[in-house]
Structures are given as structure tokens and as C-alpha cells.
Ligand binder design. Structure first.
Ligand code: GLP
Length: 283
């Protein structure tokens, strides 16, 4: 995991946007995995700015979002569909057919989840997955206790998540109790993961993710097993990291190294593929 600390939210957002922009530069038909929540809002704003200033072409990009509340139609102001159009898709001028989100009102939610996995596969897999972290260490809506190998499914939200997200609704009772969410197994297959955190409230789950054991009690800690996760936070979220100085040293030493893995453009170099091939050869 590459741990980076930026001095504030603006710098973190700018850095994150540059990384996503670089994926699209290297691979114009990239598949972007996207997240909601207040954390990535700044990244999306910076990405729209970058796209305009640098004339970046998003016309061939495909997007997949991590999750959606059960029961909220796409037009509901608190749906993640609405969030994405407001904060990113509109600004990038994306066409609806380029974007994919789970439907929280599908007649058969289990099939909706299976088909979503299939769509990701058909699109060639996710090149970069943007993530935030929940106060309880969740990623997407994979709450503590979720299988670290889990696939997209219908999940029950943790009471802390319901109360954390109540700020977006009129009352806490309006927050849906369940959601559809990519699983940790689905997320882990992305070629790159880019996870962001801001504020003191994230300091505990952030240190759990980076320095704690790999455990379903802190779902984000599964990213320690991912071959290329970039973790960027502001100084407040990094305040409980024990090895902070070392991460800063590594960041300085790596300053001239590519920020993206070579397997974005050369999938055969992905170490996970090499492991699969080794198993095939031995069989
Ligand atoms: C929700 C989303 C997560 C997000 C989390 C944190 O639960 N499903 O993807 O990371 O909120 O949100 P925020 O960035 O607002 O703290």
C-alpha cells in the first residue's frame, strides 16, 4: 500500500484527481470504479476542472459505482445515482450508457447483483477503484464482518453507518436500512485502488486499514492484500498512524516512480494473473 499524506482536503482531492486523470490518459477506454460520500466530492470537482483545462477525453470511459441504497429510485435526491450525476457525470459530459449503478428498486435484487458482476467482467474489469472509508472501517457498504471474498450483494447497514449518513436525509428514520454493494472480493479485483480519507473522525479506521491486522472487523484492511492500493489522506485522518515518518520517507523516495501500475496498460503484468498462470502451468 502506498500511503500518502497531503496537507489538507484540497491537496488530497487534487492529487486523487490527477491519478484518475492519468488512468484516462494512459487508457482512454478505462473502466472507472466510483464512490459516493462527502470524501470524493473534492476529487470529482478537481477532475472536472482537469478535464476542462487539459481537454481530457472521457467519451470512451465506462463507470461502475460501488453501491446504492435499497428502495431509492434513481431520481431520489439522496440516491447515489443522483449524487453521481450532480457531482461528476454532468460535469464530465458523460452519456448515460457510459455509467453503471446498481438499481435499488430492481424487482429481483439478487439477480441485479449477479448481473452487475457480469457487466463488470464484460467491460474488462475495473482499472481504478475510487474508495472512501466509513467510520467503522467499511468500504462501499461492506460493513464489519463482511466476507473479505464477498461479491456484489444486498447488505444490511450498520447502525453507525445509518446514523453517519442521516446527515444527508431529513431524519434518521428515512435512511434506508439495506443497500446493494459490491463485495470486497469484487473491489479487490480492480487493477488499482485509490482510497481517500479526511478528518479526525477517520483516524481510527484509517490506522486500522494501514497498520491493523487484515480482518473483516475493519473491511478496508483487506486492501493490504491488494497489489496496488494508493491511500491518500489529509493530516487529521493520518494522525494515528504509528509509522507516519516512514511512509513519508517512502513517498519521497518513490517521487520519480510511476504512480500507476504497469498492468493498467499491460494486463499480463498483473501479479494476480501471473499467479493464475503459474497454477495453470502446474496443473
Ligand atoms: C457511505 C458510502 C461509502 C463511503 C462512506 C463514507 O457509507 N457507501 O462508500 O466511503 O459513506 O462517507 P464520507 O466520505 O461521507 O465520510
Amino acid at each position: 500500500m502506498f500511503v500518502k499524506v497531503e496537507k489538507d482536503y484540497e491537496e488530497m482531492s487534487q492529487r486523487g484527481a490527477e491519478i484518475v486523470a492519468e488512468v484516462v490518459r494512459q487508457k482512454p477506454n478505462a473502466v472507472l470504479g466510483l464512490a459516493t460520500g462527502s470524501t470524493p466530492e473534492g476529487l470529482y470537482k478537481c477532475l472536472i476542472d482537469l478535464a476542462r483545462k487539459q481537454n481530457l477525453d472521457f467519451s470512451q470511459v465506462t463507470t461502475f459505482n460501488l453501491d446504492e441504497y435499497e428502495g431509492l429510485p434513481a431520481g431520489h435526491p439522496q440516491s447515489y445515482h443522483a449524487f453521481m450525476w450532480e457531482h461528476l457525470f454532468e460535469g464530465l459530459g458523460l452519456r448515460e450508457e457510459q455509467t453503471n449503478l446498481l438499481s435499488g428498486i430492481a424487482g429481483d435484487l439478487a439477480s441485479e447483483c449477479v448481473e452487475y458482476e457480469e457487466k463488470i467482467r464484460r467491460a474488462g474489469g475495473i482499472d481504478i477503484q475510487v474508495l472512501g472509508i466509513g467510520g467503522d472501517g467499511h468500504i462501499a457498504f461492506c460493513e464489519p464482518g463482511s466476507s473479505l471474498a464477498g461479491r456484489t450483494s444486498v447488505v444490511a447497514l450498520h447502525p453507525q453507518t445509518i446514523s453517519d449518513n442521516a446527515r444527508f436525509f431529513e431524519t434518521e428514520r428515512e435512511v434506508p436500512r439495506r443497500a446493494l454493494s459490491m463485495g470486497i472480493g469484487t473491489i479487490s479485483e480492480a487493477r488499482t485502488c485509490l482510497i481517500l480519507a479526511k478528518g479526525e473522525g477517520k483516524a481510527d479506521p484509517w490506522s486500522g486499514m494501514i497498520e491493523g491486522p487484515v480482518t473483516s472487523q475493519c473491511p478496508a484492511s483487506a486492501l493490504q492484500l491488494h497489489p496496488w492500493t494508493i491511500a491518500i489522506s489529509d493530516t487529521d485522518a493520518a494522525s494515528k498512524l504509528k509509522n507516519l515518518e516512514y511512509y513519508q520517507h517512502v513517498a519521497r523516495e518513490r517521487a520519480d516512480q510511476p504512480v500507476l501500475p504497469p498492468w493498467i496498460v499491460r494486463p499480463e503484468l498483473d501479479p494476480r494473473r501471473q499467479a493464475e498462470r503459474a497454477i495453470d502451468t502446474n496443473a
